[in-house]
Design a protein around this ligand. Structure first.
Ligand code: ADP
Ligand code: MG
Length: 343
């Protein structure tokens, strides 16, 4: 199963059976309904994660990134849409199928201390998934936990400690070891390094990269920090108010953003002072406030903040369109361009 590390990633020449993507979401929608309002947290998100690759999801706070994460793992029921994992329809899977698939998808959250039970020793925290999924007990479980700890740069000497005895970076390593326990194929990292200082962030990011190449993991890598997403991702999706507005090859997307929102995010990091303390240094804070997902603007949701807004942007919802070989953008600026030079 997950020993199948022979992905076609990198070769990219020959189509094969293994070329089917590991994970696919199609037109995912999640609306939270309360008596007073409907929060359109996710509004038609489609993304594909190939085996052994990292897809980044970036956008301001409240854009729906964590909701996508929870939908992807079926921790939340979508309002509509489709989800598949390794060719299995996640929304129609039986309980038994779902249980088997859950083992293969794990999540690492932002707050390492919050996601570790303070009363649990490392052995039990990391070894818990082995028990839940009936993968190992007794001495075998202890040995597996030691292996996992060594993979993340900790060791047998840490087995009987509690989470409060660790630094933030070490605690996040424990969270990663725990996620690795079931030998997943996909790990969703939801702001996994956002609470860490910059130097520690780099160590944890490099650990994630090393684990990816050793284990053939795929990541859905979510962060509001553009630089972190850029460093980690093969492909990037930019989210605004529940929608993906731009999608493409990571480096190219940041070097040459096409959607006005991506441009705004990229220039916000370029403008931010180079000094400043720790983790907030690289935080992208673009001008203006995002609208509320319970009352999103008509037409293009970004139009009230967009320096290029045209009359049609208030009325017509832009659809994702391909603007170059590996870039899609949802923006009316590109409709105009197509009229001028149709393909
Ligand atoms: P992000 O991770 O990008 O910051 P979230 O996915 O956490 O964004 O939230 C997207 C929007 O959905 C926000 O407006 C948030 O308040 C709202 N939201 C998230 N979870 C719920 C919920 N359980 N009930 C109602 N609204 C929610
Ligand atoms: Mg979030």
């Amino acid at each position: 199963m997950s020993g199948d590390v022979l992905s076609t990633a990198g070769s990219g020449l020959l189509p094969s059976a293994e070329a089917a993507p590991l994970f696919q979401a199609r037109e995912l929608v999640k609306h939270f309904r309360s008596r007073r309002s409907v929060v359109q947290a996710v509004n038609g998100v489609s993304l594909t994660i190939p085996r052994g690759r990292t897809v980044g999801l970036v956008g301001e706070s409240g854009s729906g990134k964590s909701t996508v994460a929870r939908l992807a793992l079926r921790l939340l029921e979508p309002t509509s849409g489709e989800l598949s994992f390794d060719g299995v329809d996640l929304l129609r899977a039986s309980r038994a199928q779902l249980r088997a698939l859950r083992r293969r998808m794990q999540i690492v959250f932002q707050d390492p201390f919050g996601s570790l039970n303070p009363r649990m020793r490392v052995l039990d925290a990391v070894g818990e998934p082995l028990v839940v999924h009936r993968l190992a007990t007794g001495k075998e479980r202890v040995d597996r936990v030691v292996d996992l700890l060594e993979r993340v740069g900790l060791g047998a000497g840490d087995l009987y400690k509690f989470s409060h005895q660790f630094s933030g970076g070490q605690a996040q390593r424990i969270g990663i070891a725990r996620a690795l326990a079931t030998e997943p194929d996909l790990i969703v990292c939801d702001e996994a390094v956002s609470a860490l200082d910059v130097s520690v962030q780099a160590q944890v990011l490099n650990l994630l990269k090393r684990l990816q190449s050793e284990l053939g993991l795929s990541y859905l890598f979510i962060a509001h920090d553009l630089n972190v997403v850029r460093y980690m991702s093969d492909e990037v999706c930019v989210m605004y108010l529940g929608e993906i507005v731009e999608q493409g090859d990571g480096d190219a997307l940041f070097a040459d953003p096409r959607h006005p929102y991506t441009t705004m995010l990229v220039s916000a990091i370029a403008d931010s002072p180079a000094e400043g303390s720790g983790r907030h240094r690289r935080r992208a804070v673009p001008r203006g406030e995002p609208a509320s997902p319970s009352n999103p603007p008509s037409g293009c949701r970004f139009h009230p903040r967009c320096p290029h807004a045209m009359p049609r942007c208030q009325q017509e919802v832009p659809v994702m369109q391909r603007v170059s070989a590996d870039r899609t953008v949802a923006c009316h600026l590109f409709d105009a361009r197509q009229e001028v030079s149709p393909r």
